[in-house]
Write a protein that binds this ligand. Structure first.
Ligand SMILES: C[S@@+](CC[C@H](N)C(=O)[O-])C[C@H]1O[C@@H](n2cnc3c(N)ncnc32)[C@H](O)[C@@H]1O
Length: 267
């Protein structure tokens, strides 16, 4: 695993993943179509924020979650049990070496994993996903393209902080623009019928209630969670950058735009 730029699995990171799922799952889960009784794996499930939304949306599938981090798996178990929903089994497992037999799943959902995987390991992880998928089973991926992040009016300090964060991610072995590579990566791993869809989120004062603030909170929290990875000169300025982000809400004509990429592929 690369150096995780979002810090440890503490309450703050757990809450960040939960809020991210609250905000983005309407786009991430759109079109995920898995029939009753099908076996669905949420690969790199983190604290289970997306798994719980998959469970709510697809109550009749056999859902399993797995993640490399034991602390995230423990948090996932805790939240799944607490929600009173049918408890989802969560396993601690490396996506590069899954403890499941060939063809064990009919579908796999995987959000925001590949950005944290060293480039050399990405295709191997996708091959492993394909191994545990039944023939013709479907993979749904969702990944970042951080160069697509734009605020208007431009915010030089905020941009500098994010660029430093993405640089730190690359130095740590991750890939902040992996989203645009999904077609090539899935094809190299042997998937067929690979369909990649860019999804642009554009928020401003005229967005439906809650969205403008949620988008700013999402990126403020990404910046705050990555503070330790920033250079010494920027670390003390994160609070200032976050204040500038939130000030966009009272700036006439301000907006936020970000594109992430989804892929659907057949094993
Ligand atoms: C940004 S979180 C996303 C969690 C979840 N998919 C979501 O959308 O809320 C990335 C997750 O990938 C996990 N991860 C990183 N490398 C992994 C690997 N090799 N195998 C399994 N999980 C891994 C991390 O532990 C972390 O929980």
């Amino acid at each position: 695993m690369t150096e995780y730029i979002h810090g440890g699995t503490d309450e703050i990171e757990t809450a960040r993943l939960e809020k991210q799922a609250q905000y983005l799952s309407r786009w991430l889960l759109d079109g995920i179509d898995v029939g009753p009784g099908a076996r669905l794996l949420d690969l790199a499930c983190g604290v289970g924020a997306m798994a719980r939304r998959l469970r709510a949306r697809l109550p009749d599938v056999h859902l399993v979650g797995c993640d490399l981090s034991l602390s995230q798996v423990r948090a996932a178990r805790h939240f799944s049990g607490r929600g009173g929903d049918a408890t989802i089994p969560f396993a601690c497992a490396d996506a590069g070496q899954l403890p499941f037999r060939n063809g064990a799943f009919d579908a796999i959902h995987c959000s925001w994993l590949l950005e944290h995987v060293p480039g050399g390991a990405t295709v191997g992880i996708l091959r492993e996903a394909r191994r545990v998928l039944a023939t013709g089973g479907r993979l749904w991926l969702c990944e970042v393209e951080n160069e697509s992040l734009h605020f208007w009016p431009r915010l030089p300090l905020v941009e500098e902080c994010f660029e430093a964060l993405w640089t730190a991610q690359v130095k740590g072995g991750g890939d902040p623009i992996v989203g645009r590579k999904l077609h090539g990566l899935c094809t190299a791993a042997g998937f067929s019928q690979v369909l990649v869809t860019p999804t642009t989120v554009h928020q401003h004062a005229g967005s439906p209630v809650g969205f403008w603030r949620a988008s700013l909170e999402e990126f403020a929290e990404i910046l705050e969670s990555g503070t330790d990875a920033l250079p010494d000169g920027l670390r003390p300025r994160v609070a200032e950058a976050v204040a500038q982000l939130f000030a966009l809400q009272s700036t006439p004509g301000a907006s936020f735009t970000y594109t992430f990429f989804r892929a659907r592929a057949e094993g």
